[in-house]
Design a protein around this ligand. Structure first.
Ligand SMILES: *[C@@H]1O[C@H](CO)[C@@H](O)[C@H](O)[C@H]1NC(C)=O
Ligand SMILES: *[C@@H]1O[C@H](CO)[C@@H](O)[C@H](O)[C@H]1NC(C)=O
Ligand SMILES: *[C@@H]1O[C@H](CO)[C@@H](O)[C@H](O)[C@H]1NC(C)=O
Length: 572
């Protein structure tokens, strides 16, 4: 039982691939990588014929399915698309999906069209915020034909009730959802307060991280201050604990932004992560109704070549958080692309939460003036350290941000950027693709206890409507080696994957594109054939030869807990 250990299990295709990999690294570096092939490719027709696949769409038309909100406790997934919200059963998304039709008002659609906006891709109600509100209701916002609106949706106490309907008058979605559906909105609901990263105006020039739907005052980022936000594209937002005191938990926004250099000419895109304390109510004398705990840092995903050059993947596309028993052990996976004129590609980098915290606890960036270089701030840092949450482990005597001394607030206003960038674990990407006919758009990760240890299995959505299942093999070269176990054509239209969600509990993956939502099992062990060799050489950590067939492997007894997870990350 089990799979053979070590590299011998790779078989001929793997050996060939690794030979090519080392060859190309010596010749042309990361830009000359060959396009690796999946060991198994399943077309849309293959998947439809299998028992491990479902597909759902409201109509043949492109409806821009994008927002996937999981509720594993209730076995539901809520889906936001154009003019509709869906409630799906995560056991089988085609069985009894419930649907709410929520279009923009006719007068707004008319205004939108008169304003010259694209009638099919702009003047609908594109649902971009779907958040749990209380035990019975969800809170949702849509672009409302360039006039964002929000509403409460009753989904009942339990899924058996089959309740799913709009349950309030619509209210303004300004500060909650971008006007332009092509411009991402990233949102999180915390204790019935909504935090959104979006553009707050019709013209799309005023970007903000905004707290609304609150009994307290609304709070935002400093307006039109490019030190805080510079043409950001928001990707995702998550509340992440910091230590054991819940008051120290911080809300992280992941985004890319466009930076202007000193001459104002070339514009670079960088990926950043910003954080605020959810309890922040703004300053007393300065930064009134603005975040007084806002800090941000750059996230780097790059390859250091043997000749000393550094190839950057600067544009964050998607984020996945892999939880761990300790908050500090949490892992942040990011999919990045590079779109320089000479070079196209994508990469996956993984960051240790501990490294992210180290950067936020490190030096602040400072420069004497617009024409000076950035340096580490050397002066006195006020107390409490800027970025600390009130009422947390370090500030028991300060109850709200209005009690912060003036010098703390002034410091945050002038020094919101950390000096050190955040580097990925091992200072190199987990996966790099160049010269491929696709780019990655999204990532979800599963921890798998296999017969020969623990693995992190990456599910990577592509811009050609497929999902790749990838494992990363430990290596001490400048690049990791990875193995594409499967490539699944989960959409027949080759439309880019817009989002991915995973349920380890159900062993299912959920994938969205413009055209619908697909559900696919994390494994198809029997597809590897009925011989021991086929099963073992597949190297799929989900599968093992049980003496009769290739089947899902579950570790017995305590082994799962004993070894602890970490997979390749611990070898870095
Ligand atoms: C989902 O439900 C359909 C309709 O009953 C059924 O044909 C299909 O096998 C189910 N799929 C799964 C994965 O259970
Ligand atoms: C949830 O919120 C909605 C909207 O405010 C409200 O109508 C409903 O009564 C609330 N439900 C519970 C269980 O508190
Ligand atoms: C990794 O490094 C060790 C020690 O430096 C070396 O013996 C081994 O061959 C290297 N492995 C690879 C795959 O380069």
């Amino acid at each position: 039982m089990g799979r053979p250990e070590g590299s011998a299990a790779g078989g001929a295709p793997l050996l060939l691939a690794s030979a090519l990999l080392s060859l190309s690294l010596f010749s042309t570096g990361v830009r000359g990588l060959p396009q690796p092939l999946p060991r198994v490719f399943l077309s849309f027709e293959d998947l439809q014929a299998s028992e491990s696949f479902e597909h759902f769409s409201i109509s043949e038309k492109a409806m821009d399915y994008r927002i996937l909100q999981m509720d594993e406790d209730q076995d539901r997934m809520y889906v936001g698309c154009k003019d509709h919200v869906l409630s799906m059963d995560i056991n089988n998304i085609t069985l009894g999906a419930l649907k709410v039709f929520w279009p923009a008002s006719p007068s707004k659609i008319e205004e939108c069209q008169l304003a010259g906006k694209d009638p099919t891709h702009g003047c609908g109600n594109f649902i971009r915020v779907v958040q749990p509100y209380n035990r019975t209701h969800l809170f949702m916002c849509g672009s409302g034909a360039y006039s964002p609106v929000c509403v409460y949706v009753n989904r009942g106490r339990r899924p058996e009730e089959q309740v799913f309907h709009l349950d309030s008058r619509t209210e303004s979605g300004k500060g909650r959802c971008s006007f332009n559906p092509q411009v991402n909105t990233a949102s999180v609901m915390i204790n019935q307060e909504l935090f959104s990263g979006m553009y707050i105006d019709f013209m799309g020039t005023d970007a903000a991280i905004f707290r609304s739907l609150t009994k307290r005052n609304a709070v935002r980022t400093d307006q039109h201050n490019s030190k805080w936000l510079s043409e950001p594209i928001f990707i995702d937002a998550h509340l992440i604990p910091d230590g054991t005191d819940p008051n120290d938990a911080k809300l992280y926004f992941f985004f890319r932004e466009r930076l202007t250099d000193n001459s104002g000419n070339t514009k670079n895109i960088h990926t950043m992560v910003a954080r605020v304390c959810p309890s922040d109510i703004g300053g007393q004398r300065s930064l009134v109704n603005k975040w007084t705990t806002f800090l941000k840092a750059r996230m780097v995903c790059s390859v250091l070549e043997d000749d000393g050059t550094e190839t950057h993947f600067d544009e964050l596309e998607n984020v996945f958080l892999l939880e761990a028993d300790q908050p500090k052990a949490l892992l942040v996976f990011g999919v990045f692309t590079s779109t320089s004129s000479v070079f196209k590609g994508s990469a996956v980098c993984v960051y240790n939460m501990a490294d992210i915290l180290t950067v936020f606890n490190g030096p602040f960036a400072h420069r004497e003036g617009p024409n000076f270089q950035w340096a580490a701030f050397q002066g006195r840092i006020p107390y409490p350290r800027p970025g600390t949450c009130p009422g947390g482990a370090f500030t028991p005597d300060i109850h709200t941000t209005k009690e912060f001394p003036d010098d703390v607030v002034t410091f945050v206003r002038n020094h919101p950027v950390m000096f050190n960038p955040i580097y990925p674990a091992g200072r190199r990407p987990l996966v790099v693709r160049t010269n491929a006919d696709y780019k990655y758009t999204s990532v979800a990760v599963d921890q798998v206890a296999a017969a020969d240890g623990n693995y992190q299995v990456l599910f990577l959505g592509t811009d050609k409507g497929t999902v790749q299942k990838v494992i990363v093999l430990p290596s001490n070269r400048s690049l990791h080696q990875d193995l594409i176990l499967e490539e699944l054509e989960v959409f027949k239209d080759q439309a880019p994957v817009t989002n991915l969600r995973i349920s380890s509990k159900k062993q299912q993956l959920y994938v969205s594109s413009e055209f619908g939502v697909s559900q696919v099992s994390l494994h198809r062990c029997d597809a590897y054939g009925s011989a021991c060799a086929d099963c073992c050489l597949a190297r799929d950590p989900y599968c093992a030869w049980d003496g009769l067939s290739c089947s899902r492997f579950y570790p017995t007894g305590k082994r799962y807990g004993e070894t602890g997870f970490g997979g390749v990350i611990q070898h870095l």
